[in-house]
Design a protein around this ligand. Structure first.
Ligand code: HEC
Ligand code: HEC
Length: 384
């Protein structure tokens, strides 16, 4: 406590009184959470290296061109000037060099120099793998990080299927998922029905996380870190029959990170739609449709356009498979944010466009919308 106070005073002094003590503590936790989100593997190398042996395949067969083709992104801000111009994008050694620089978003490698040659000895994943994109400022797939943005081109199934430790049958399942999708229940119940990778921003004041509202952001971060990434931690939820606990004496590498990680997640605001991508007069009229004839705001309520109540699949006319595998058996009213950024829509990606979303609701809710109301509603959705 004493240490905290003095550090707090130091930070406040450095910022010339612009921060109160409490705020600077929050700022520190957010900064720590950002490090965790971007770079922490929670010890999941035991899965990605010891079990899947991804380090072997990356070192021998994954050149940067292949890595970009499966949707991996490169953080341009940590690249030394000139590296991309001189690098051989067809050589796996370049991928190892990028990992050594910590430049592959969501992958963390340990690189050791042996006899003058760089060897990749360990590899693990971080939260940024699925929930970060880059702004493509250098070239497609290479640019500055955009934390919290869903990565719609990432193909986690195809990446896992590169593992030499899997059977052809297992590889076929992983390869069937496709870009922008992942199944966070496959290794629990053995069924394969992937969902869309959602954005991880705009979640402050949202009552529950995930498509099925199984818990809050912290609950889900814990679930993913332990059961999906393979991190070294504890996760128990009797509702879904999952109980992962560490043997006594094994250090918990997940739990101590959860507070800061949650703070960081909640600090990520949804990006505003780019200028010129919607008609603002029509969007304003569309808001009235959203709240009136469209009946959208009966469920998408308030500033976050969500609610605490969950819905059965039939109430929203959607496939119930994913709900049936969850703790709640229901779907959460998705908080609508930055819809421009992350098509397709609905948990299963069944609506490829916002047009298709509106068509879906016209059918399921038997709405009577004029063609003008329909267009205005779509412009409104593009604006949020
Ligand atoms: C392999 C890809 C992948 C990785 C890695 C991953 N996630 Fe996710 N994440 C998903 C998918 C898919 C969902 C949707 C699951 C659902 O709703 O059932 C999701 C959902 C979420 C949500 C809920 C979003 C909302 O709208 O409520 C949060 C928050 C989140 N992830 C945070 C994290 C954090 C933090 C980490 C690291 C500990 C992480 N994720 C790692 C794929 C991933
Ligand atoms: C009965 C409650 C309810 C009503 C009414 C409702 N929604 Fe939804 N909405 C939901 C639920 C639940 C989901 C999550 C479904 C899923 O992902 O499978 C959702 C998801 C969405 C999504 C997908 C968001 C994303 O990021 O994937 C959009 C867009 C959307 N709704 C727009 C609308 C519009 C527009 C209307 C009015 C025409 C409307 N909703 C009416 C409950 C409702």
């Amino acid at each position: 406590m004493k240490f905290k106070l003095s550090r707090c005073a130091l930070v406040a002094a450095a910022a010339l009184g612009m921060w109160s003590c409490g705020e600077s503590d929050d700022a520190e936790q957010v900064a720590e959470g950002r490090e965790i989100f971007r770079h922490e593997t929670f010890g999941d190398e035991r899965f990605w290296t010891d079990t899947l042996r991804m380090h072997e395949v990356i070192e021998t067969a994954v050149d940067p061109t292949t890595a970009l083709a499966v949707g991996l992104k490169v953080d341009s801000e940590v690249l030394p000037p000139g590296l991309l111009q001189s690098a051989d994008l067809r050589s796996p050694a370049t991928t190892v060099a990028l990992l050594k620089l910590n430049a592959v978003v969501g992958l963390k490698g340990t690189v050791v120099t042996e006899g003058g040659r760089d060897r990749l000895t360990r590899v693990g994943t971080t939260c940024a793998l699925c929930h970060s994109n880059v702004d493509n400022s250098v070239m497609p797939g290479i640019g500055r990080r955009l934390d919290g943005w869903a990565n719609p081109t990432l193909n986690p199934g195809a990446i896992i299927a590169l593992s030499p430790a899997l059977t052809p049958q297992q590889k076929a399942v992983y390869n069937s998922w496709g870009p922008g999708r992942y199944d966070p229940r496959f290794n629990i119940d053995g069924r394969s029905a992937p969902v869309v990778i959602p954005p991880a921003y705009g979640l402050r004041d949202v009552p529950s996380a995930t498509f099925t509202g199984d818990g809050d952001v912290r609950y889900w971060n814990n679930y993913v870190a332990v059961t999906q990434m393979g991190g070294q931690g504890n996760f128990v939820d009797e509702r879904i029959g999952v109980s992962r606990t560490l043997p006594p004496g094994t250090p918990d590498l997940v739990g101590p990170n959860l507070d800061a990680l949650e703070e960081y997640q909640l600090s990520l605001a949804a990006p505003a739609p780019p200028a010129g991508t919607f008609d603002s007069a029509a969007a304003q009229r569309g808001r009235a449709v959203f709240e009136g004839a469209g009946r959208c705001s009966t469920c998408h309520q308030g500033e976050r356009r969500t609610q605490a109540e969950l819905h059965t699949p039939s109430e929203v006319g959607l496939d119930g498979t994913h709900a049936s595998r969850s703790a709640t058996k229901r779907y959460r009213t998705t908080p609508l944010r930055a819809l421009f950024q992350h098509p397709p829509y609905f948990h299963d990606g069944s609506a490829r466009t916002l047009d298709a979303v509106v068509d879906h609701y016209v059918r399921v809710l038997s709405l009577n919308l004029t063609p003008g109301q329909r267009t205005d509603l779509i412009e409104y959705l593009k604006s949020i």
